[in-house]
Write a protein that binds this ligand. Structure first.
Ligand SMILES: Nc1ncnc2c1ncn2[C@@H]1O[C@H](COP(=O)(O)OP(=O)(O)OP(=O)(O)O)[C@@H](O)[C@H]1O
Ligand SMILES: [Mg+2]
Length: 618
């Protein structure tokens, strides 16, 4: 179950055609079925009832040719006194036809709930599970693809139930019933021909469908590439324009489309082979049986009605069989999708609460980084033996060049990752010994890159504490200096921020993030370049407001612009993952080291230009 599978399913759905690959992976199929069973056991009664109605519908269906036979025989007979007989059989015929449909509908109604409930509970379970997985999983995964995994998996369940239970099983049942009827009432030859024809038909369909797999897979791969290319190109609309590369994009798309076209043609050819072969089996067996029947009628061994009956059975049999190739393929695909979905459920988070994990007791929030070492990937150490304290209620700043590992420190404190050696403690409680829930409830983060929900400004601020009152939200808005901006907007708080918040400016986004963090009102606050997109005046105003709010909070500030952290109780200078200096602003200047150098440089830039902050940042 690698990426190719992933790829082709995507496209087969996007384009709305039923073709897909069929992996020959029976054990995987069985695993998928097994994992589904518990969800259906919940509704045992309904399942059994649905099966009863399924049986009734099939029985009615199998009786129809009998009614027809009697009608034909009655009309054919020369004795005219039995006019009443066809009426009775005509009524029976009508009732049976109605019964077939009606029982089928009842069966669907009863069973529908079961499928939907299973889809509901599996979907919810997955959603919760995905939120429980670690950040690393989400960073290395395409969210769009994952959403489609879930969608495909749940759709797969629906399809599997509809067709496995209501197409394959009933068709097999019907074939058996018909073979028995023919065997008992007529010559065993009829039964034999039918059984042989069905076996041939199924074998041919399965073999050819398996053979077509690679063709179908190729087609879907092309399909996928074409789509991905087109979507990626359109998503990068601005970049395409900036570089005037419209023609280049069109050429690439054209190439992809050519490949796609060829693959489709090959697929159509193999499809034609499949359909022709099936038609051959059907035609040959029907001809054989009808010849035998005609012969028997002329011999007087059978009535005309019998011939009609046999013909009707043949028709009845091959109609559902016609779908077999398609259903077989789709069922295989559904099973693969379901297995894929369940494999997501099997993924374990590397960040887990310990069994004996306790609640964080904040009590001021003394934070200590003790010889913390960390890497994302083994081949590259990010933090090396980093040690510093943030005493309760104090403000500590971390400064240093880009890529030094500053944001990583915040991620470790929030426990998106675990340290490799050393420890991070809050009030002497190791963050690894705490429940993630209690740890994260105590920490508020304004991240370096704020992403907003595609909703209103109000919604995005209120997200900090969904049960907050309007007054609280307005208060937070004022503190983050957002109120002026919001009153300017025609729709005010109800303004939509666009996907990922792209319809508000960088500085506005940062202030929304600050407002919602203030609304959360946590004991520990982390600002990661929280005001980097603001002009100096707005920045100073917000910092002033935050200083008051943060009076009693333990605060970690990450910044490039040193002017924003001069008032910090302690400044940690981080370079290439190591703490190179730390101390107060004054003492660091006195040391005349890295910090003093940076300070001099930023000061010089500030005096040389009118826009000091922006340059100092670069
Ligand atoms: N998920 C990740 N997987 C692998 N490497 C990562 C990951 N996240 C960050 N890094 C790397 O770790 C290093 C430190 O990243 P970090 O975000 O902590 O830097 P920073 O000091 O905050 O830089 P900046 O000032 O540019 O924000 C960087 O070189 C970055 O490429
Ligand atoms: Mg950073």
């Amino acid at each position: 179950m690698g990426p190719p599978l992933f790829a082709f399913v995507y496209t087969s759905e996007m384009r709305g055609h039923g073709d897909s690959t069929t992996e020959t992976n029976w054990s995987g199929d069985w695993t998928a079925i097994k994992s589904l069973i518990p969800y259906f056991m919940e509704f045992r009664g309904r399942v059994v009832l649905a099966l009863v109605f399924l049986l009734l519908a099939k029985l009615a269906n199998v009786m129809i040719p009998f009614a027809m036979k009697h009608i034909v025989d009655a009309l054919d007979s020369n004795q005219s006194q039995i006019i009443a007989v066809p009426v009775a059989f005509l009524v029976l015929y009508g009732v049976l036809r109605l019964g077939t449909i009606l029982f089928g509908e009842i069966r669907d109604t009863i069973f529908g709930r079961v499928t939907e409930r299973a889809m509901h509970s599996i979907g919810l379970k997955l959603f919760k599970h995905l939120h429980a997985l670690d950040l690393d999983f989400h960073l290395s995964r395409r969210t769009g693809g994952m959403a489609r995994d879930i969608e495909r998996g749940t759709n797969g369940i629906n399809f599997l139930m509809r067709f496995m239970l209501f197409n394959i099983v009933p068709t097999l049942l019907e074939i058996t019933l018909i073979a028995v009827i023919l065997f008992v009432n007529y010559s065993p030859w009829y039964a034999l021909i039918i059984v042989v024809a069905v076996v041939l038909y199924i074998a041919y369909s399965v073999v050819l469908t398996e053979r077509r797999t690679s063709i179908v897979r190729q087609m879907n791969k092309m399909d996928n590439q074409t789509n991905t290319r087109a979507i990626d190109s359109l998503l990068n609309f601005e970049t395409v324009k900036y570089f005037g590369n419209e023609n280049y994009e069109a050429e690439q798309y054209d190439q992809n489309l050519t490949g796609w076209e060829q693959a489709r043609a090959r697929n159509r050819l193999s499809m034609a082979a499949l359909n022709s072969g099936q038609a051959l089996v059907i035609a040959a067996s029907i001809t054989a049986i009808m010849t035998m029947a005609a012969y028997d009628v002329s011999n007087g061994k059978m009535t005309l009605g019998d011939l009609v009956l046999v013909n009707a059975y043949m028709m009845q049999l091959f109609i559902p069989l016609n779908f077999l190739g398609f259903v077989y393929r789709e069922i295989k695909k559904s099973l693969a999708d379901i297995e894929h979905m369940f494999s997501l459920l099997g993924k374990q988070s590397s960040i887990k609460d310990k069994e004996e994990a306790g609640e964080l007791i904040l009590n001021g929030g003394d934070i200590r980084f003790d010889k913390v070492s960390f890497y994302y990937k083994e081949d590259r150490q990010i933090l090396k033996q980093v040690s510093f304290d943030i005493p309760a209620g104090k403000k500590v700043a971390v400064v240093g060049p880009s890529g030094a590992g500053k944001s990583t420190l915040a991620r470790l404190l929030f426990r998106f990752y675990d340290v490799d050696s050393g420890s991070i403690t809050i009030n002497n409680q190791d963050v690894r010994d705490l429940t993630q829930q209690s740890l994260r409830a105590a920490i508020g983060v304004v991240p370096q890159d704020t992403v907003l929900f595609n909703n209103t400004i109000y919604y995005n601020i209120a997200y900090g504490r969904p049960d907050a009152s309007r007054e609280d939200i307005e208060q937070a808005t004022r503190l983050a200096h957002l109120d002026q901006f919001i009153t300017q907007l025609p729709q005010g708080y109800e303004t939509l921020v666009g996907e990922r918040g792209l319809k508000v400016s960088g500085g506005e986004k940062q202030r929304i993030a600050i407002a919602r963090m203030l609304l959360k009102n946590p004991g520990i606050m982390v600002f990661d370049e929280a005001t980097s997109s603001l002009d100096s005046n707005s920045e100073q105003a917000i910092l002033e407001a935050l200083r008051e709010v943060a009076e009693s909070n333990t605060t970690l500030v990450i910044a490039h612009r040193l002017s924003t952290v001069v008032d910090a109780d302690n400044i940690v200078v981080l370079d290439k993952g190591c703490v190179v200096e730390q101390g107060s602003h004054a003492s660091l200047l006195k040391q005349d080291g890295v910090y003093a150098g940076l300070w001099e440089m930023q000061k010089r830039e500030a005096t040389q230009t009118d826009a000091p902050a922006i340059l100092a940042d670069a």
